[in-house]
Design a protein around this ligand. Structure first.
Ligand SMILES: Cc1ncc(CO)c(N)n1
Length: 234
């Protein structure tokens, strides 16, 4: 049975998140069904390509965390602030630990990774995110940052459930395990609930075309980011 969000993880298809995801369907599919993702699932991605991607992703997450930190600042309630703060901590402590561990296994230190130049894909994506995070309100910010959270959650869940995914001896299984794990899944579901809460409070219906445009731009930048390491020097 093919994995579908509607059947296997219905919250993804519900509410404002579901609407944005459905309305950007073509771009969304190019993001989550990218050949890079398939090569992680069957373990055929050359290690060097993964290493370059992961270094760029490490640098990306630092900028993403800065953008998410603005959600704490923009929170109108203590609850908004706590939920954004939990995501920032999850990014800096849990998710980056995966990147640091992989890179350590290749003999790369955090200083080595921080010294790498940022790819054009990274620059385009993070500067777009930081612009929306700074100039938009809390809803613009959360919508722009949502594809990152929801997309990797969906990819993790799908690959984890897919019998074609190689587990034994797949060097990328720890990556799949992180994004399908309880902790990351919890962040995705919290993010989806936050979209509905803020959508109601900040009038999502009346400004939907702008929100969709922000969401879709991030989705297109996500799809492009799979190749962020290709031109890297490392
Ligand atoms: C580019 C990108 N998008 C989403 C995630 C998931 O947090 C990530 N690590 N990197």
């Amino acid at each position: 049975m093919t994995w579908t969000a509607e059947r296997h993880w219905p919250v993804l298809a519900q509410g404002l998140a579901g609407r944005l995801r459905r309305d950007s369907a073509g771009d969304w599919d190019r993001f989550i069904h990218h050949p890079f993702v398939r090569s992680l699932a069957d373990g055929t991605l050359p290690e060097e390509e993964f290493r370059r991607f992961l270094v760029q992703d490490y640098l990306y997450l630092i900028q993403y965390a800065r953008a998410y930190a603005l959600a704490i600042y923009k929170g109108a309630t203590l609850e908004d602030m706590r939920s954004a703060s939990a995501i920032v901590t999850g990014l800096l402590d849990t998710e980056l630990a995966l990147h640091i561990a992989y890179c350590a296994s290749w003999g790369l230190t955090e200083a080595d990774m921080q010294g790498q130049p940022e790819s054009l894909e990274l620059l385009a994506y993070t500067r777009f995110i930081l612009d929306r995070a700074q100039t938009g309100d809390l809803l613009d910010l959360i919508v722009t940052l949502a594809p990152c959270l929801i997309g990797y959650g969906e990819i993790g869940a799908r690959l984890h459930a897919d019998p074609a995914t190689r587990r034994e001896g797949n060097p990328y299984w720890p990556w799949i395990a992180l994004y399908s794990g309880e902790k990351f899944t919890g962040f995705v579901e919290a993010g989806i609930r936050t979209l509905d809460t803020l959508g109601a409070r900040y009038g999502a219906d009346a400004r939907y075309p702008m929100l969709l445009s922000e969401f879709r731009t991030s989705v297109r930048l996500e799809a492009a980011f799979w190749l962020a390491g290709q031109s890297g020097p490392l």
